[in-house]
Design a protein around this ligand. Structure first.
Ligand SMILES: [Zn+2]
Length: 122
């Protein structure tokens, strides 16, 4: 088995056994993080203001369910998104070590469900 697969399993085990042990994410304390990440996606609020600066409009969105924000820089004339940045709360993102493959969304979803249900079988 490739080293990255082993590392990924180790990473997921940390999440799956998170009911009492420290986890690499804040999902145990903030269940909404895993919900947004794996089940619903972010629920963006309407932006409260638009800023036009040098031909670009800055649009900042915040999530109803978690503290994540998304900032888009959109070209005023063309409407094309020139840049997009997400700012996540501490503990939202997985911290993957070097060479560790990012788990598939389904694997993360299963890990979150196990976390929410206390690791119950079935
Ligand atoms: Zn969210």
């Amino acid at each position: 088995m490739p080293a990255t697969a082993n590392a990924r399993r180790r990473e997921l085990r940390l999440i799956q056994t998170a009911t009492g042990a420290p986890t690499p994410t804040g999902w145990a304390e903030h269940s909404e993080y895993g919900l947004c990440r794996t089940i619903t996606g972010h629920a963006w609020r309407r932006p409260t203001g638009l800023r036009l600066v040098k031909g670009n409009v800055t649009i900042t969105l915040t999530c109803y369910n978690c503290p994540t924000t998304r900032t888009d820089i959109v070209a005023y004339q063309s409407g094309l998104v020139d840049a997009r940045r997400y700012d996540y709360p501490k503990g939202y993102c997985l911290r993957l070590g070097r060479g560790v493959a990012r788990p598939a969304r389904a694997e993360l979803r299963a890990a979150w469900l196990h976390l929410m249900l206390g690791g119950r079988q079935r």
